[in-house]
Design a binder for this molecule. Structure first.
Ligand SMILES: Cc1ncc(COP(=O)(O)OP(=O)(O)O)c(N)n1
Ligand SMILES: Cc1nc(C(=O)O)sc1CCOP(=O)(O)O
Ligand SMILES: [Mg+2]
Length: 218
């Protein structure tokens, strides 16, 4: 596999390696299964992992992604991204602001920001972000999100008007990822549909194929 440029978000499924879903499997094992299936971008989301274990996981997952030619982004934690040499971060309203993340990370790494609509996407662009995560696209059981479900139509409007590449998140599954791709979205973030599949790598392969098909207009 050709390695993507480290400062550009690859198109397609965007996989979260999350400690709240399938919590008994170590993060490094989950990440290994995700990249074995062809994940080109992995976000390490650690909400429950204590700091020293989180640093170790950030280092191991970053190294593992790099060997596989995938990008590794840290959820929330700019400090861990720097220490691990990760490819960037994803921040939301409860995290450091994107301007601060950019100041710490410099221009060569990715900063993603959660937004709920077009106004947020424009603000994220002005704050120096590289892409926006837009959700909740569909209903999700993985996280209680304090914003209404967008649905495909409103999401497509955001994709159309956004000055930054859009990654949809929330309730993205194998059966609907093609519809997300068909809106022109740059990416589709997936947590439970991949991590709770019996065979994580096989599910990632299917997600990649379905995104490609949907994006091709089929
Ligand atoms: C790609 C992507 N989009 C949105 C989010 C949500 O981030 P945030 O709002 O900071 O919420 P937490 O993930 O920290 O609970 C995301 N993680 N990834
Ligand atoms: C982490 C997260 N953020 C969201 C948002 O809308 O901001 S939805 C979400 C969880 C998405 O999980 P799943 O793919 O299992 O539905
Ligand atoms: Mg966050």
């Amino acid at each position: 596999m050709n390695a993507p440029p480290r400062n550009m978000l690859p198109r397609g499924p965007y996989l979260l390696c999350d400690d709240t879903v399938l919590p008994d499997v170590p993060l490094v094992d989950k990440a290994a299964r995700l990249v074995a299936g062809g994940a080109r971008v992995v976000q390490l989301r650690m909400k429950r992992t204590p700091p020293r274990a989180a640093l170790a996981a950030a280092r191991e997952v970053t190294a593992l992604c790099r060997r596989a030619g995938a990008l590794c982004l840290l959820n929330d934690r700019v400090d861990l991204a720097l220490l691990a040499g990760a490819d960037g971060v994803h921040v939301g309203d409860e995290d450091l602001p994107p301007e601060a993340a950019r100041e710490l990370l410099g221009p060569g790494r990715l900063v993603g920001v959660t937004v709920r609509g077009l106004e947020g996407a424009r603000a994220a662009r002005d704050a120096g972000a590289d892409y926006v995560g837009v959700g909740p696209l569909f209903a999700t059981m993985t996280k209680q999100v304090g914003a209404p479900v967008l649905g495909l139509e409103s999401f497509a409007e955001v994709v159309k008007g956004s000055p930054l590449p859009v990654v949809g998140i929330g309730g993205v599954k194998l059966w609907n990822i093609g519809k997300v791709a068909a809106t022109g979205a740059h990416g589709a973030a997936v947590v439970s549909d991949a991590l709770l599949a019996g065979d994580i790598s096989e599910r990632v392969r299917q997600l990649v194929a379905a995104f490609e098909q949907g994006g091709a207009g089929d």
